[in-house]
Design a protein around this ligand. Structure first.
Ligand code: NAD
Ligand code: DAU
Length: 355
């Protein structure tokens, strides 16, 4: 049994679905169901007894303690977070609460639980912190990609809160010996990505005939990884990573934002042409830049490849095509997210019963 937090969000839901496709080991999924948590992402698991969904907060010690005592998980993977940089600029408080205070409370409960385990279970136990490349700050165009030893230099309230959470995780290993693993991944894209983030926003706005907002000059660089590859890397780190170590995860896919927008537009031109025959890129609109906008991220993923033999399965070309196709085939999901109906999904489908 493992415990996953934040498993109704974008990456967490992909992880939970993939985990249960590849393993018979059951999983508790603890999620607060913030605006980013969507039970509809987990619809395919509705009748799967191996998936135990619990609605709750990682900061609720009484709850997490009860779950640990009841289910005795051998590992915890902490995806739960506030994740959107723009929201952290408008209102940082939730980021501090979940990404720092919530992580602290979770660590405290886990420490007590781990201390009470028998020797063999104590040794085999793992706490995996899912983190981001944004904690390393911004790179100049001629600087080498982030390695695991790059200093933490977070620039947004989001990345500062993730950095603080990571430091606590590190300290619990150093001070108390808790067997932790940390992964720092680059930008993900793929199914179930909430359409506030660049790639899904461009897809849904393009199809709705709305403008495609490009911040500043659109030349900021991100390093893109298909979400299923992130999930396989996390599984590999959980299986074979060395406690106390951090692993960078990336796809060697650095691209300026404007190229990403052009690629998505070109795929839509091919797969779902505009009724008037004009190209979607005509909808691009340059808007005011994000304050403190990091110019470039790039991940050096050689350590995880060398030590754990992990490599991404998708190229950007294959991953982005799958992603655009997924959004075209899942217009109901998009509509429910846009209308807010996804928040009532459980009520509608189960009449209030917890599936
Ligand atoms: P997301 O915003 O889509 O999902 C976050 C999930 O966490 C939601 O289901 C939400 O309901 C849940 N949650 C939030 N606060 C909670 C709390 N206090 N207790 C329990 N659950 C809570 O985020 P995502 O994009 O899936 O990111 C998941 C993790 O991966 C985050 O830790 C993020 O920092 C990290 N990460 C994301 C990316 C990316 O490109 N999206 C890249 C690298 C790392
Ligand atoms: O690098 C990993 C990080 O990637 C994760 O830790 C974060 O949780 C995740 O949200 C993501 O952060 P970014 O800020 O890079 O992602 P976002 O999709 O918000 O933006 C990607 C780039 O596109 C960024 O340079 C800002 C720009 N952008 C974004 C939006 C939403 C635009 O130009 N227009 C937009 O409308």
């Amino acid at each position: 049994m493992i415990l996953v937090t934040g498993g109704a969000g974008f990456i967490g839901a992909n992880f939970v679905i993939d985990w249960l496709m590849q393993s018979d080991e059951a999983l508790i999924n603890l999620d607060k169901l913030t605006y980013a948590g969507n039970r509809e992402n987990l619809a395919s698991l509705a009748n799967d007894p191996r998936h135990i969904f619990v609605h709750g907060d990682i900061g609720d010690r009484e709850l997490t303690n009860r779950l640990l005592e009841q289910y005795q998980p051998r590992a915890i993977i902490n995806f739960a977070a506030e994740s959107h940089v723009d929201r952290s600029i408008h209102g940082p408080e939730d980021f501090i609460q979940t990404n720092i205070v919530g992580t602290f409370h979770l660590l405290e409960t886990v420490r007590a639980y781990w201390n009470g385990l028998a020797d063999e279970a104590r040794q085999g136990f793992r706490f995996l912190q899912v983190s981001t490349d944004e904690v390393y700050g911004s790179l100049a165009s001629d600087e080498p990609a982030f390695s695991e030893t790059h200093r933490y230099e977070p620039n947004s309230p989001y990345s500062a809160s993730k950095a603080a959470g990571d430091h606590l995780v590190r300290a619990y290993h150093h001070t108390y010996g808790l067997p932790v693993l940390t992964t720092n991944c680059s930008n993900n894209y793929g199914p179930y990505h909430f359409p506030e983030k660049l790639i899904p926003l461009i897809i849904v706005n393009a199809l709705a005939g709305k403008s495609l907002p490009v911040y500043g000059d659109g030349q900021q660089i991100r390093d893109w990884l298909y979400v299923k590859d992130h999930c396989s890397a996390i599984r590999r780190v959980l299986e074979a990573g060395r406690p106390g170590e951090t692993y960078n995860i990336g796809g060697w896919n650095e691209k300026p934002n404007l190229d990403i927008v052009h690629t998505v537009c070109a795929l839509l031109d091919e797969l779902r042409p505009r009724a008037d025959g004009k190209p979607y890129r005509e909808q691009i609109s340059y808007v005011t830049d994000r304050p403190g906008h990091d110019r470039r991220y790039a991940i050096d993923a050689r350590k995880i490849e060398r030590e754990l033999g992990w490599k991404p399965a998708e190229t950007f070309d294959t991953g982005i095509r799958k992603t655009v196709q997924w959004y075209l085939e899942n217009q109901d999901w998009v509509r429910h997210v846009q209308s807010g109906a996804y928040r009532d999904w459980v009520e509608k489908n189960y009449g209030g019963r917890q599936p």
